[in-house]
Design a protein around this ligand. Structure first.
Ligand code: 5GP
Length: 116
């Protein structure tokens, strides 16, 4: 069950601030409070969804497409399309997810260490 009091739900309701990078009708992208690289942005859709699986199940094709097109807009805006980047989405206990609202991490701006 979706927890309406998770920190990203509060950010979406503007109950707590964030450093916005990009926003449209469907999604919000903002800087991670504890960056793990020079560029570390979080992207979230504006619907109640826990993780990628939940987001895909609850959304239609137009919403899913819009969200991932916004990821591309952010990549373009940050000019990391040529230098490269990493996208991560953690899910659940085994995936090490801390905040239970679906999000992608967009990391870049420098050479990233290997994770697998
Ligand atoms: P997860 O482990 O759930 O994939 O990642 C959650 C991310 O949210 C972490 O990278 C953490 O630094 C970030 N985070 C947690 N609380 C806040 C907050 O209040 N504001 C922002 N901007 N990021 C947060």
């Amino acid at each position: 069950m979706y927890d309406k009091n998770n920190i990203f739900a509060k950010i979406l309701r503007e109950e707590i601030p964030c450093e916005k990078v990009y926003e449209d009708e469907f999604s919000l992208f903002f800087n991670d409070i504890n960056p793990q690289a020079k560029i570390h942005i979080l992207g979230i859709p504006k619907i109640d969804c826990i993780d990628l699986f939940d987001f895909i199940n609850k959304s239609d094709a137009a919403y899913i497409s819009s969200f991932f097109n916004s990821v591309n807009s952010v990549i373009e805006k940050l000019k990391i399309d040529k230098t490269g980047y990493r996208i991560i989405s953690n899910s659940g206990k085994n995936g090490g997810q801390e905040v239970p609202h679906f999000h992608v991490h967009i990391l870049g701006g420098e050479k990233l260490g290997s994770i697998i």
